[in-house]
Design a binder for this molecule. Structure first.
Ligand code: FAD
Length: 470
């Protein structure tokens, strides 16, 4: 009898405990369900999911397998599939955000009620969030002790790709193109595609090249937004085209080989674990100020504000901020330092609620991750656990001088004022909607929408009047 493998954010064959278990139990029917969790993704993330599904379906087909696509409520779809195929087991890789937990719990009990074995597996994380405990049995709220608690843990080697048998007959499948997952990407999907290589094969190649050539200098160069100095694993981890354990194993090997930046790389991977640890223990981190006293801070939460529009369009008049916002619009990715700077400018200089920024990132990022995104915003805004203190306001100009001294990053993304702007910078104008009414011939904003000095002073002033925090 066939076994159902319910895929979600685990579009790979190697190091896949759920697939390995399913393959042991019988012929495997891999299924992806388009449910609410897919339809609620932002435009770029949904487009990227479609690319990942296409790549994964091709990988399966090369092995005589198929990816079955169905649409609807996961519980109903799985029950139907079990009836249609006679499968007695359903396996999947666990997820940890509140919506997924609620859905999966419901699916599990419905399948069990129907006498079906329903088994969830590890794979999306290195450490299950409930297995990392403080001495008094609580969860970690600060990263450094979390890192110390996990860094010497034994981590098994990644699993090999198992032998997978195809079922005798395949159930019907939707056609991926009919789902039109890129439909909401009105802005240049073709341009985005230039920067994106989906699939497990591309992920493994990129990780290998990073470990061979870049990890040594990672600790210093990771802060330079113009350099291609980081692993770029985030979109692959988001869709599970690579596992965190594969990244960890490669980093640990590089460390043994004496590569200097390797430990720092492992530390960054553990930030992702920490983000999930927090989402699991305090799911409200995704929607509400993690520190409730911040509810009284006079943040402005209004999408229609001129500052919000300028920030989204990369027209704030602060070059580092604008370069970064355009990088995200064109590639679906933004460098980590740039993420911190644009988030700081929005929440501090402009005093706009981090949720406004979070929503825009949700819509624009191809590596959108519920946990890392929420933690990143709350960390920068000051409302989160282990946060950068509110009074530490990044100065985007000083940051640019320090991390982009030759303005390579700025020139790459800002066309205005350049006689021969590079393709990346003009691509931005090809990608944006016409209704924004912008062109590379426009003059770059003469002064910032919120000046660096006045913005900083106003933010600190609001922060100083801390009746709101009492
Ligand atoms: P590398 O430097 O090569 O790091 C390796 C891996 O470690 C990354 O792929 C990622 O999985 C993890 N990692 C690194 N830094 C962080 C971090 N600060 N927090 C959590 N995990 C980290 N990351 C996302 O994956 N999705 C998001 O939606 C996201 N939103 C963010 C929003 C804000 C406001 C901020 C400040 C950060 C956000 N990050 C997010 C974290 C970080 O910016 C990206 O993970 C990183 O830039 C990805 O590039 P990379 O894969 O080359 O990273």
């Amino acid at each position: 009898t066939p076994v159902i493998l319910w895929l979600r954010r685990d579009l790979r064959l190697a190091d896949h405990p759920a697939l390995t278990a399913a393959a042991k139990a019988g012929p495997v029917i891999p299924v992806f369900i388009r449910d609410h969790s897919v339809d609620s993704l932002g435009a770029a993330a949904r487009w990227r999911l479609g690319e990942g599904l296409r790549a994964f379906a091709e990988t399966l087909e090369a092995r005589g397998l198929r990816l079955i696509l169905r649409r609807g409520n996961a519980r109903d779809v799985l029950r139907e599939l079990v009836d249609e195929t006679g499968a007695r087991e359903v396996h999947w890789s666990r997820l940890y955000d509140p919506e997924a937990i609620e859905r999966d719990t419901e699916v599990k009990s419905a399948l069990k009620d129907a006498g079906i074995t329903a088994e969830s597996h590890t794979g999306h994380l290195l450490f299950e969030p409930w297995t990392v405990e403080t001495k008094d049995g609580g969860f970690y709220k600060v990263y450094s002790p979390f890192w110390r608690a996990v860094k010497d843990r034994h981590i098994d080697e990644p699993l090999p790709t198992p032998e997978v048998t195809a079922p005798v007959t395949w159930p019907d499948s939707d056609v991926l193109e009919d789902w039109r997952l890129g439909e909401a990407m009105k802005r240049g999907a073709a341009i985005l595609a230039k920067h994106c290589k989906p699939g497990a094969e591309a992920a493994t190649a990129r990780l290998g090249a990073f470990m061979a050539h870049k990890v040594d200098a990672y600790k210093t160069d990771r802060d330079l937004p113009a350099e291609d100095a980081t692993s770029r694993m985030s979109e692959y981890l988001t869709y599970g085209e690579i596992s965190p354990r594969q990244c960890w194993a490669a980093g640990a090997r590089a460390m043994e080989d004496g590569k200097k930046g390797a430990e720092h790389y492992l530390k960054e991977l553990v930030w992702r674990e920490f983000a999930y640890h927090l989402v699991y223990h305090t799911p409200q981190i995704m929607t509400d100020n993690w520190r409730p006293e911040w509810d009284a801070f006079p943040w402005r939460d209004d999408e229609r504000l001129a500052e919000v529009k300028a920030w989204k369009q990369g027209r704030t008049g602060v070059p580092f901020v604008d370069a970064a916002m355009r990088e995200m619009y064109v590639t679906g990715y933004m460098h980590n330092r740039a993420r911190m700077i644009v988030a700081s400018y929005l929440t501090k200089h402009c005093m706009i609620h981090w949720r406004v920024g979070q929503r825009w990132f949700d819509d624009c990022l191809i590596d959108w991750d519920p946990a890392s995104n929420a933690l990143g915003w709350q960390w920068t805004a000051g409302s989160g656990p282990d946060a950068a203190p509110y009074f530490r306001v990044f100065n985007p100009e000083t940051q640019a001088e320090k991390f982009d001294p030759r303005h390579h990053y700025l020139k790459r993304w800002i066309a205005e004022g350049q006689a021969r702007p590079p393709e990346t910078a003009t691509d931005y104008f090809a990608a944006i909607p016409r209704r924004w009414g912008l062109s590379p011939e426009d003059a770059y904003p003469g002064r910032p929408v919120v000046g660096l000095k006045e913005g900083r002073e106003a933010a600190l002033e609001a922060y100083a009047h801390r009746e709101w925090a009492e």
